[in-house]
Design a protein around this ligand. Structure first.
Ligand code: EPU
Length: 428
């Protein structure tokens, strides 16, 4: 086990690139099971979740080889594999293999999915959609057992624009007989990327990025090459890290439109945000102003940035209100931020944040991926030393977080947990 030791109080300054998008890569790595020829994916982030996902693909007969940040895959021979239950339970998108497996071999057995513990995260939209497409799915002793005599085009309406259900059902419909429409589809950039990937391989998908997606079934998908775009969530996290430290950080190689909600909220709080064709620079004044935030499906304020943004607002002047509407328990950061001297009170699904003058270094624990990122951000601005535990959560979605932050001037290092403790605290 390792921890991150951060010495706070240094403004972050500099320019960085970010790796490929975890969530886009994970969606592509489910639907790649639909392809029958060699496929090369470039710019795949080397984070824990993509490593788990590639191991799962191997259980189902895929040949997988990492070459740098490129993945060479061959899914010509897909079979009904027996996958490691712990591995399936460790990531949410393991469940999105069900549809492609049904499409390729007509049956699938998968343990119920897991992922970060940020809410109940049911899979009812996925199940209803698969059933409409002609699959029979039963939950038996914690496993989903699914079979079909052949998927057929269907009209699917989602009760909520779920990113995962949109991606899963879009992929499941690609090889179905006939036309499928998904109404009230998610418009997340990762849904557009998945459609681009599938179309590059020979699928016929229209409307991705709008509320109605139409998929005309094709007989077969070939392989091909595709580059995963850079990660908007890692980019947003590092820009917020710059803002909380009163520094000036530029992230290159991104699409500024995908950051619009977060950047406009930073502007509202008094930060200066400049952007060009594929870069954003954020510089913050000594103290931001308190603001109100409500998480919404894209293009609303992303739930994934809610926790890092809370850290930034702990030091803003006045009161901020952050309402989480997507996940009922995405709150694991709050108690830990208070441990660092923040003043946050939870009322229903809203965090009421009374800005404080200073955060103080402390030993804190990540409870999930973005909570871990939020704690790193807070520690960068806190006075003194912080130890962040449960780094494995952060490693799920941030590639070499200590390397990136160090390159911006942070004092951060990864240590074995036994060498770091609370011994730095002087009880006097
Ligand atoms: N929902 C249902 N039933 C379903 C599916 C979803 O009720 O069948 C609900 C969820 O419980 C949640 C809401 O719909 O309240 C939205 O969930 P969605 O399906 O959109 O989320 P997801 O696909 O499970 C992805 C990302 C999350 C990100 C959300 C929202 C991946 C691997 N995960 O999750 O990313 O927060 O979309 O944009 O793509 C992260 O990266 O830290 C992360 C959690």
């Amino acid at each position: 086990m390792t921890v991150l030791r951060i010495q706070g109080g240094r403004p972050l300054v500099g320019e960085i690139d970010v790796p490929g998008s975890k969530n886009a890569a994970l969606a592509i790595l489910s639907s790649v099971l639909l392809t029958s020829g060699p496929t090369v994916l470039h710019n795949v982030p080397k984070v824990a979740d993509t490593r788990v996902k590639t191991r799962l693909l191997e259980f189902f007969g895929a040949k997988v080889e990492w070459r740098g940040d490129s993945l060479h895959l061959d899914c010509s021979d897909v079979r009904l594999g027996h996958c490691d239950e712990e591995m399936v339970r460790s990531i949410r998108t393991s469940f999105y293999l069900l549809g492609p497996l049904l499409a390729r071999i007509g049956r699938a057995v998968l343990p119920a999915p897991g992922g970060c513990k940020i809410g109940a995260r049911p899979v009812d939209f996925h199940l209803r959609g698969l059933e409409l497409l002609g699959a029979e799915v039963n939950l038996v002793a914690g496993y989903y057992a699914a079979r079909t005599k052949g998927l057929k085009g269907a009209e699917i309406y989602l009760d909520f624009p779920s990113a995962g259900a949109t991606q899963h059902l879009m992929a499941a419909a690609v090889l179905a007989d006939g036309v499928t429409t998904i109404q009230n589809a998610a418009v997340e950039p990762e849904c557009i990327v998945l459609a681009e990937f599938l179309n590059r391989m020979g699928a016929r998908i229209e409307g991705a990025g709008t509320g109605t997606i139409t998929i005309t079934g094709v007989a077969r998908l070939e392989g091909g090459e595709f580059r995963v775009p850079n990660d908007r969530l890692q980019a947003g996290t590092y820009l917020l890290a710059g803002a909380i430290t009163g520094g000036k950080v530029t992230v290159r190689g991104i699409v500024p439109d995908t950051q619009a909600a977060v950047m406009n909220k930073l502007r509202e709080g008094g930060a200066s945000v400049e952007e060009g064709h594929d870069w954003i620079t954020v510089s913050a004044p000594e103290r931001l102003k308190g603001i109100r935030i409500k998480t919404m499906p894209y293009p609303g304020f992303p739930t994934d940035m809610q926790q890092p943004m809370c850290s930034v607002l702990t030091l803003a002047e006045g009161t901020s209100v952050v309402e989480e509407t997507i996940y009922e328990s995405r709150i694991g950061h709050i108690q830990e931020l208070n441990r660092m001297g923040a003043n946050i009170r939870l009322e229903g699904r809203s965090a009421l944040i009374q800005g404080v003058d200073q955060l103080h270094g402390a030993v804190v624990e990540s409870s999930d991926l973005r909570a871990g990122a939020a704690l790193c951000i807070a520690a960068l601005a806190a006075e003194g030393e912080s130890i962040i535990k449960n780094v494995h959560f952060i490693d799920r979605g941030y590639e070499d977080i200590e390397g990136v932050l160090s390159s911006l001037g942070a004092s951060i290092e990864r240590l074995p947990s036994e060498t770091a403790g609370a011994s730095h605290i002087d009880p006097a």
